[in-house]
Design a binder for this molecule. Structure first.
Ligand SMILES: Nc1ncnc2c1ncn2[C@@H]1O[C@H](COP(=O)(O)OP(=O)(O)OP(=O)(O)O)[C@@H](O)[C@H]1O
Ligand code: SF4
Ligand SMILES: [Mg+2]
Length: 336
């Protein structure tokens, strides 16, 4: 489904379907999405709110809970099928080989344990031979590394005594502690103010450097993707509509939705910061769509689009797009 890579993927998600049982009926949050992440690579995942970015990542972490359910698809991490992994194996992976950073770090910490205890626990999980004192020492080093001032004293503090930015730093310290192979960061900076955002992004760079971890970076900020990611996946209505190397996709988007997303960015050379949001809204969750889910909003939509669902098809050696007409969009000379 995704373009072949010379290296075996570290993570492969394919044809994933996730549904939630709600009062209003079954909501299909993810409708056949998939992507691969190569070792050490950074993959950006973008798309409007509700497109299934988080649910896809949660599925990869084994964190879909009732009323949610994975109804089909493949999730393979380093050759192991995670759909058949036991809850214990999944717990060991999470916070071990797979680290997570979420939007609200408060929910990632236990409120009744000190920050130091939690970072030390993460360390000891990874290296059971490490003494308590050694773990605390290393925890202080890690907090210092991520820029928590006066780290030794602050080890004794509880999550609520840390500001949002400091909690995010502590979470990143925990991620580095485990020397993960994969880091999943879901809107890691959204809840933070602008100056702290930049610092946290620097820390994600630091994490990659320290651990060599592959990174899945879910964000609304296309600028962040342009700066940090090697490849990008564009999601719409629970599916991947376009993916490929960042420079190629941002330089010459083939899918009308990707074009709309890029066109909706405020322009730096425009004082008014003119935003051109894509008119209309995605299909309502749970709504059955016969053809292309983007058709009601797509300026290029034709009859075929309303009846036939476009699949992902190669639009270059390492990229693909799910639009019936993307070959025409290439010929339009959009590559210039
Ligand atoms: N617990 C739940 N119960 C019912 N529906 C859910 C649940 N969690 C997610 N959904 C639905 O799944 C869809 C995808 O949600 P998801 O959180 O993955 O979107 P997202 O792309 O991460 O959006 P955002 O950018 O706002 O974070 C949404 O339509 C949402 O309503
Ligand atoms: S398949 Fe049709 S409606 Fe969908 S994005 Fe392409 S042109 Fe637009
Ligand atoms: Mg989300």
């Amino acid at each position: 489904m995704t373009a072949p890579d010379s290296r075996d993927p570290l993570l492969e998600i394919a044809d994933l379907v996730v549904e939630f049982a709600t009062d209003g009926g079954l909501v299909r949050a993810v409708d056949g999405a998939g992507y691969t992440v190569a070792p050490g690579e950074t993959l950006g995942v973008v798309g409007e709110s509700g497109s299934g970015k988080s649910v896809t990542a949660m599925a990869a972490l084994g964190l879909i809970r009732p009323p949610g359910r994975i109804t089909s698809g493949r999730i393979v991490f380093d050759g192991a099928d995670l759909r058949t992994a036991s809850p214990r194996e999944l717990r060991r992976l999470r916070g071990g080989r797979i680290a997570m950073i979420f939007q609200d770090p408060m929910t990632s910490f236990n409120p009744v344990l000190s920050i130091g205890a939690q970072v030390a626990e993460a360390l000891r999980l990874h290296r059971p031979g490490l003494s308590r004192a050694g773990a605390r020492e290393r925890a202080a080093e890690l907090l210092t590394l991520v820029g928590v001032p006066d780290a030794r004293r602050r080890l004794r503090q509880y999550p609520h005594e840390f500001s949002g930015g400091m909690r995010q730093r502590a979470l990143i310290a925990m991620a580095i502690a485990n020397d993960p192979d994969l880091l999943i960061a879901d809107e890691p900076t959204t809840a933070l103010d602008v100056t702290v955002q930049a610092q946290v992004l620097d820390l994600i760079r630091l994490t990659r450097r320290e651990t060599g971890a592959a990174t899945v970076l879910i964000t609304h900020d296309l600028g962040v993707v342009a700066e940090l990611a090697d490849r990008v996946v564009v999601m719409y209505a629970g599916r991947v509509v376009e993916h490929g190397p960042v420079a190629e996709i941002f330089g010459a988007p083939r899918h009308p939705y990707t074009r709309g997303l890029l066109a909706s960015l405020p322009r730096l050379d425009d004082d008014a910061g003119a935003l051109t949001p894509i008119p209309g809204t995605p299909p309502a969750p749970g709504e059955a769509v016969a053809g292309c889910p983007f058709a009601p909003r797509c300026a290029l939509a034709r009859e075929r689009c309303r009846t036939e669902r476009p699949g992902l098809a190669a639009s270059g050696p390492r990229r693909a797009s799910a639009c019936h007409f993307h070959p025409e969009l290439v010929q339009e000379g959009t590559d210039d």
